[in-house]
Write a protein that binds this ligand. Sequence first.
Ligand code: G6Q
Length: 544
Amino acid sequence: MTTKTTPASQLPTWRTLQQHHQAVRDLHLRDLFDADPGRGERMALDVLGIYFDYAKHRVTDETLKLLVQLANEAGLRGRIDAMFAGEKINVTEGRAVLHTALRAPKGRQIYVDGQDVVPGIHEVLDKMSVFAKQVRAGRWLGFTGKPIRNIVNIGIGGSDLGPVMAYEALRHYSQRDLTIRYVSNVDGTDFVETTRDLDPAETLFLISSKTFTTQETMANAQSARDWCLAALHDPAAVARHFVAISTNASEVSKFGIDTANMFGFWDWVGGRYSMTSAIGLSTMIAIGPEGFRELLDGCHAMDEHYRTAPFDQNLPVIMGLLGVWYTSFFGAETQAVLPYDQYLKRFPAYLQQMTMESVGKQVTLDGARVDYQTGAIYWGEPGTNGQHSFYQLIHQGTKLIPCDCIAFSQSLNPLGQHHDFLMSNVFAQAEALAFGKTALQLRAEGVPEELVPHKTFDGNRPSTTMLIERLTPRVLGELVALYEHAVFTQGAIWGVGPFDQWGVQLGKELANRIVPELAGGRELRHDSSTNALIRRYLLANRRG
Ligand code: G6Q
């Protein structure tokens, strides 16, 4: 590894930003708006149909200028170019990072180790299309000759969260006579409850695993095989009821899946960046190959915007920089994502992995400890449900929580006045967060003095509102790529590697050590707390 990374805190503009933060931290959004009537229109970008309003952030023009300067000093331009060019920027794993190539149109040339990867990507997409069309038309028959009607994707982490999110997000566009479900957890309950009402003769399993060695997925795949064969009684049935999505052909064969029924991808697609690879097969089956192409086109359009737009007009750059501003300068710990659209209910969970596994790091690419805060905790729920739950803390708690509100002008399910109610809430929440309600206003309303402190809203709570015309596959692609590149931007500034995830290893290793101990009869050599927990489990299961 030969990367030389300057920790963000050693970049000249970092110090300037610290001083600038001291100067602006007490400015109130009320005053910023009063002083500048054009702020609302000026601090907004309209890119690819996403109206991105960042006026309600605790920034001045100077803040944005300095943040862009910081991005330049951190070498963001070079990092972007290196990623798109297929350089091995995932240095700890020695891999290129080319999820952007997955969305590239035919004819683009992108090289990894001297080989153009684009033709291979389109070959897999074509194979997926043929398969998806067969399933959608009822022409993919199960072992007994019945058409497949149920699709169960088995995968975890990056091989689950993106597909689940996309399926839920695009349900409106999905073929409704197919039942599409997802099993991820090694907890047997997940498999049992997901398959409980399905007929094995009509069920197809997509085993989605880049490595095809992941404990949870392999355990679920084995149980799926048993469940299927218990009803169909012939191992030859596996060929009609199982397909694999993987980079590991030999493990796929070992499991008993014919590699003719395997959809491949490549080591330069990171798990959490893989929903536009073959890992998206369930999405394609749900919305059809044309819909999936629209999703890819949306990603590609945002990829191109990120690659070419000047930083101060660049949506992912601005979004990433705002995150750096709050995390590293204001000390904000979390970032709320609040989609005002029921279809996006899994979007926060998807972003949790994308962002927290990517920039939840404590060392730079060189391995030096950082002396600043990195990755925020992402969380959220669809509005308006969150309003009746945790918004209290966002409005009046002691923590600073920047919010991303995502809303659509047109409902996919117009119903009476519902959409106006929904939208009035998103507009109102961002307004309330920013401007609050003062003691003066409360007293003018005649609020009793003892209640004034309880009813006061300080305001000055930052939010972005993204207003988009309509949720479509293309728009979902744009949103996915927007967040992917915002995270990349943050990684570049903080000097951390967004494409590895060593932090998930230790728990896996220890679990592998504990598995045989749970059979009982072994000497336990953990700390006293872990030993006691294992003993209690053994006792409860009478394994002494
Ligand atoms: C994502 C991670 C991780 C991975 C899962 C599943 O970036 O690498 O979440 O996607 O561990 O891995 P497999 O696809 O190999 O089963």
